[in-house]
Design a protein around this ligand. Structure first.
Ligand code: GLU
Length: 425
């Protein structure tokens, strides 16, 4: 963690802004849809935020007490669902904002859920496997009374993975005296995880790209693509687009970027990338991540970290389509510049929703006790993603707003309606 992010966390500024930003997004979408102020008052905060302390005996024999949270934003549409993150910067403000964000995400792909988010203040990189297992099990014991397959469903998030989901599931089975895999998603396949989950985000991004090129009237085959980031999403995406005949002219990792106007050797790069997604260190003539964003291409996919496309470089980007696979890669100012320049910007909340769609499938399969083929998962993901894309694109056209605002409008509508029918507003 940098000194800056520590300082921002101490005074809570960054998290406060995150919550304020999420609230302003909800407000703008509700205003545009013509809902009264009461609806905003209901939706601006989570209905429930649970704070817990988890005692863990550390490997050196000492006791540590970890603080954790579970925020459940709104369960008018159905049970809440969302990830649990293990990170030193977790705070109540952050889980509150992210739970609201998950509600919007569920809404845009029309899942029968509201949003939730959990987290524990800890640094998993400094903890042993045994300590992490104790912490994961302790979290489930602490929040057991408010979670369940028909209440609130957990999932992986920053620094949590399928092993952590497995420990949590095991603890939940002990506590509730039955095997109930549907209370948590993102599990290993042998414990009820869904086929096709690992590549789901990249598949979702690919489907968005396929829809976007139709609008701009060109083909993926032969299109020049730049992908910033070669982690899980970026590397699978490079593979799918390469298979589809696109020319991947640029990729990057945390250390630099590779560029070849004739197209990079994607098979070789996928083979040589390490488990952290690093590959550029093997080459001499690399560009910086910033330089890569400005090279000549048709489609640009930021799939790394936030705030990459800014006021400074938005004017210089050559792509006619940008699909945000990372969270918040484009600043507000840059979004406006790109829209004014007529660039089609497919927002993160839509483009990155493939993951939660497939964990919804995991929950459906767990509930029915019948497991689908990878093809069935992919076909159903395609149906949901193309529907969401079309609804949002049409909303942006008819309401004359950009796709970002259109996606928030689509995301909030069902929850607002369900809350109204229930008599909550
Ligand atoms: N944590 C992921 C997200 O924020 C996945 C959530 C889920 O699968 O429920 O989208």
């Amino acid at each position: 963690m940098t000194a800056k992010s520590e300082a921002q966390n101490v005074d809570g500024k960054e998290n406060k802004n995150g919550l304020e930003l999420t609230r302003s997004i909800i407000k703008e979408a509700l205003d545009k849809l013509g809902y009264p102020e009461d609806v905003y008052e209901l939706l601006k905060d989570s209905l429930r935020i649970f704070t817990v302390r988890i005692p863990v005996r550390m490997d050196d024999g000492s006791m540590k007490y970890f603080k954790g949270y579970r925020a459940q934003h709104n369960d008018a549409v159905g049970p809440t669902k969302g990830g649990v993150r293990f990170h030193p910067n977790v705070s109540e403000l952050e889980v509150n904002a992210l739970a609201i964000w998950m509600s919007l995400k569920a809404g845009i792909v029309d899942l029968p859920y509201g949003g939730a988010k959990g987290g524990i203040i800890c640094d998993p990189r400094e903890m042993s496997f045994r300590e992490l297992e104790a912490l994961s099990r302790g979290y489930v014991r602490a929040v057991n009374q408010i979670i369940g397959p028909r209440q609130d469903i957990l999932a992986p998030d920053t620094y949590t993975n399928s092993q952590i989901m497995a420990w949590m599931m095991d603890e939940y089975s002990y506590l509730n005296k039955e095997d109930n895999p549907g209370f948590i998603t993102g599990k290993p396949n042998v414990l009820g995880g869904s086929l096709g989950r690992e590549s789901a985000t990249a598949k979702g991004v690919t489907i968005c790209i396929e829809e976007a090129v139709k609008i701009r009237d060109f083909e993926i085959e032969g299109a020049k693509v730049v992908i910033q980031g070669f982690g899980n999403a970026g590397s699978y995406l490079a593979k799918y687009l390469h298979q589809g005949g696109a020319k991947i002219v640029g990729i990057s990792d945390a250390y630099g970027a590779l560029h070849d106007p004739e197209g990079l050797d994607i098979d070789y790069l996928l083979d040589r990338r390490d488990s952290f997604g690093t590959v550029t260190t093997l080459f001499k003539n690399t560009l910086t991540n910033n330089e890569l964003l400005e090279v000549d291409c048709d489609i640009l996919v930021p799939a790394a970290v936030q705030n990459q496309i800014t006021e400074e470089n938005a004017k210089k980007i050559k792509a006619s389509i940008i699909v945000e696979a990372a969270s918040s890669p484009t600043t507000m100012e840059a979004t406006k510049i790109l829209n004014d320049r007529g660039i089609l910007l497919v927002p993160d909340i839509l483009a990155s929703s493939g993951g939660v769609v497939v964990t919804y499938f995991e929950w459906v399969q767990n509930n029915q006790g019948y497991y689908w083929s990878e093809k069935k998962v992919e076909d159903k993901l395609r149906d949901i993603m193309t529907n969401a894309f079309t609804t949002i694109y049409n909303t942006s056209q008819t309401r004359k707003v950009d796709m970002r605002l259109a996606s928030h409008m689509v995301g909030v509508r069902k929850m607002a309606e369900a809350s109204r029918y229930r008599g909550w507003v």
